[in-house]
Write a protein that binds this ligand. Structure first.
Ligand SMILES: Cc1ncc(COP(=O)(O)O)c(C=O)c1O
Length: 496
């Protein structure tokens, strides 16, 4: 019998505690806001403070759920079509780490796309697994990379029959989705595990116009950042499990290791409520978001110099489907870099986008986007396009010209792996000047951000190509995530 998706058992348990008037002598120390800095409390509101509690009788424990969290997770599993769902409070970052720790052992081979989020590398370091990198499809026209194709997955399995698991990222940060159904047939047909980082697709399961969700495609494990595209608080995510290939006892043990013993309860409650919202009203809410996004896309595409990809991209290599709620605007035709456009949007129009890269800005049109906001977004671009800006993409620094001439503009060639990520990460290390580090084995992660895709992982040899690429990124003002030295004057390498 279907569960009652209008229920929010965990949120309800918190409200009941508040209503009961219990005299609290427990964590957190602010005691339902009484001891909290007044200005902060007044701003965030008494109610958030009142439900910031701790597991106790009547308030279930995320680490050992037996009551309301258990029910809330069962409701979520039903809503997302999973067999089991687990709430996470450290984002899909911890989800990636948990998936790897649950699925692979030290030395096990796992196929991973090179354009994975850096948290995948955390999973490799923690699990001790051996990555086999799969190249994502590079779109030279849009200057972005898409998903890996079923052909790439099949070829990787052919070349590495000893693979234990295949890990995928779908959708990408830009909204391209992989052909998960075909990949599932290939992966499971070969007897491998299928893990999907669906951080950007928690909404897919709730609307027919959105790409097929990873659970519907039959992934053994997948993660959703519920906070990214749905309404849960930041850091809130879910891990979905399906089928009998993953050992549930191992997965549960891993989750216990990763979860705080003091989860933030308003966050956990926001997951419970976000699930109810999707299960009950998801289709209608998402229809509205999709309609606004498609309308904005149509209008943006009428502006000379702009391109905002949509469903016409389906069928391009690495793009099986497209998430319409990601509005990726290629601005290079206006003579702006994506960074400049993002800066202008913020400083002239008071609009903040999710992501900017050299050529694009990406805006999220979610269930929280209003018609007024969409209108302001489009109008800002209309105004920007009317500006008399000389097209200076290739001047004065020459950075863009160099980038355009590189062919593979974003991802330099994957360097040779000399050690397992875990071994390099844990090995005795030293610092050397980055520009003189050619030939050394990297002991940290180097990810230009956005979009946070590593160009160097622990265990990989530092090549001239990568040094040049990263120095170009630094020159263009891009932040590099991962290194000990934020400016990357020095890099952490394995001691020789
Ligand atoms: C593809 C992908 N996976 C995982 C993550 C990490 O998610 P979270 O921020 O929820 O920890 C991100 C974050 O941007 C991401 O883009």
């Amino acid at each position: 019998m279907p569960l009652d998706q209008t229920r929010t058992p965990y949120f309800q348990a918190l409200l009941e505690y508040v209503d009961s008037g219990v005299l609290p002598f427990h964590t957190p120390g602010h005691i339902q806001g009484v001891g909290m800095d007044l200005a902060f409390r007044e701003f965030v509101g008494d109610n958030v403070c009142a439900i910031d509690l701790t597991p106790m009788p009547g308030i279930d424990d995320l680490l050992q759920p037996t009551e309301s969290i258990r029910e809330a997770q069962e409701l979520a599993a039903e809503a997302w079509g999973a067999d089991h769902t687990f709430f996470l409070i450290n984002g899909s970052t911890s989800g990636n780490q948990c998936m790897m720790m649950a699925a692979v052992n030290p030395g096990d081979k796992i196929a991973v796309p090179r354009n994975s989020h850096k948290s995948m590398l955390g999973g490799l370091v923690m699990s001790g697994a051996c990555p086999v990198y799969m190249a994502p499809e590079v779109d030279e026209e849009l200057h972005m990379d898409h998903c890996v194709t079923p052909e790439t997955v099949a070829q990787t399995i052919d070349e590495h029959p000893d693979l234990v698991a295949v890990y995928l990222v779908s959708p990408t940060y830009y909204g391209a989705a992989a052909d998960l159904a075909s990949i599932e047939r290939i992966v499971h047909g070969a007897g491998k595990l299928m893990l999907v980082d669906e951080a950007w697709g928690p909404h897919f399961h709730f609307h027919p116009a959105l790409p097929l969700s990873a659970t519907a495609a039959g992934a053994d494990l997948c993660i959703n950042s519920t906070h990214k595209m749905l309404s849960a608080f930041s850091q809130c995510a879910m891990l979905h499990q399906k089928g009998d290939r993953i050992k549930l006892d191992r997965l549960k043990a891993v989750l216990k290791m990763f979860l705080s013993t003091s989860p933030n309860l308003p966050m956990v409650a926001s997951l419970d409520v976000a699930r109810k919202q999707m299960a009950c009203d998801g289709a209608a809410l998402l229809s509205h978001a999709i309609e606004l996004a498609e309308e904005a896309r149509r209008r943006l595409n009428r502006i000379e110099g702009l391109y905002c990809f949509g469903e016409e991209l389906q069928g391009r290599k690495g793009v099986f489907d497209v998430d319409p709620t990601k509005v990726a605007v290629t601005v290079k035709g206006l003579g702006y870099t994506g960074y400049e456009a993002s800066h202008l949007l913020r400083h002239r129009y008071n609009i903040q986008v999710e992501l900017a890269d050299l050529f694009n800005v990406v805006a999220l049109f979610t269930i929280g986007t209003t018609r007024e906001a969409a209108e302001r977004f489009v109008t800002a671009f209309e105004e920007m396009a009317r500006d008399d800006r000389p097209v200076d993409m290739y001047a004065p620094s020459g950075i863009l010209e160099q980038r355009l001439n590189r062919g593979n503009y974003r991802l330099p060639k994957i360097p040779p792996m000399r050690m397992l990520p875990r071994d390099a990460f844990l090995a005795p290390a030293e610092f050397v000047r980055f520009k003189e580090s050619k030939g050394r084995i990297c002991a940290e992660t180097i990810s230009p951000y956005p979009p946070g895709i590593p160009v160097l992982a622990p265990g990989e040899e530092i090549t001239r190509d990568i040094i040049d690429y990263v120095r170009l990124e630094l020159k263009a003002g891009i932040r590099i995530q991962g290194p000990y030295d934020d400016e990357l004057k020095v890099i952490r390498v394995v001691r020789e």
